[in-house]
Design a protein around this ligand. Structure first.
Ligand SMILES: [Zn+2]
Length: 268
């Protein structure tokens, strides 16, 4: 079973034998993932890794991977080489041991989310979610219960990744759900969401037509029923959604609701 390779992971390892990269291997296995954010708005993946390298003998704090809207950079081997230890959670906190039976530094991969006004939140978030789903796949972890936020392990000192996610109009709970969904997409367990084509227009309704709430599907509730002869404006359409009578094209309206294209004709 393959995993969809949406993005590239670029190895840019810190100098080994330094404070930040000891070179010690994770042994025997990866048990979980710790979700972090950089805590430094607008700092990029490459900027963070450069900073780590330049200060590699000054501090021992580190993480395996940095994600921004353009790149995924691995600075401590995790996916692109035999996994090594990084120092991303204090050894003294108890929750990692209680939940997973290990200290995070000895058994978890640390992933850092880059955020800020100058970073495209959707692009950065898409890479962050995909990367953690990929790590679950690669190390046979259950995506439902193998990712934990840093703030969850160290609530006295840390607020990540919730702080960074809130800059992206997202929450920690949403992140955990999105990782599971991304895992299911990328392993082919569920089909990917239909791709929306943005295009405005008007159509005339030919049947008693149900406008569906939020999704192009008869499985979601009806938002409104429209009578034949009415005109409807649309802002986009999807072509590969639920098929009715062999027609899988649905229009999206300005409220974010959908109606089946088989119930309308071009307005002329
Ligand atoms: Zn953190």
């Amino acid at each position: 079973m393959p995993f969809q390779q949406k993005f590239v992971i670029t190895p840019r390892y810190l100098t080994t034998g330094s404070k930040r990269r000891s070179g010690k291997k994770i042994n025997p296995d990866i048990k979980f993932i710790v979700a972090h954010d950089t805590g430094n708005p607008n700092s990029s993946a490459s900027g963070n890794v450069r900073y780590y390298e330049n200060s590699r003998n000054e501090m021992s704090a580190s993480a395996h991977l940095f994600v921004d809207d353009k790149e995924i950079i691995e600075c401590i081997p995790a996916l692109t080489g035999p996994p090594e230890k990084a120092w991303h959670v204090l050894y003294g906190v108890p929750t990692d041991n209680q939940l997973f039976g290990f200290n995070a530094n000895d058994a978890a991969i640390g992933v850092e989310y880059c955020y800020g006004d100058k970073i495209n939140a959707d692009e950065s978030y898409a890479r962050y979610v995909w990367l953690m789903a990929l790590i679950c796949f690669k190390f046979s972890l259950d995506p439902k219960n193998s990712v934990v936020g840093h703030s969850f392990l160290d609530p006295q000192r840390k607020t990540d990744p919730g702080t960074g996610l809130s800059h992206s109009r997202r929450t920690y709970d949403q992140l955990l759900k999105d990782i599971v969904m991304e895992y299911d997409f990328c392993t082919g367990k569920i089909p990917p969401p239909p791709k929306l084509i943005n295009q405005n227009g008007t159509v005339r309704v030919t049947v008693k037509l149900n406008i569906r709430k939020g999704e192009p599907s008869t499985k979601v509730p009806v938002a409104e029923i429209v009578m034949p002869g009415s005109l409807l404006n649309y802002v986009g359409y999807v072509e590969n959604s639920q098929s009715i009578n062999g027609n899988a094209k649905w229009f999206k309206d300005a409220n974010g609701n959908f109606f089946w294209s088989g119930g309308v004709v071009a307005d002329s």
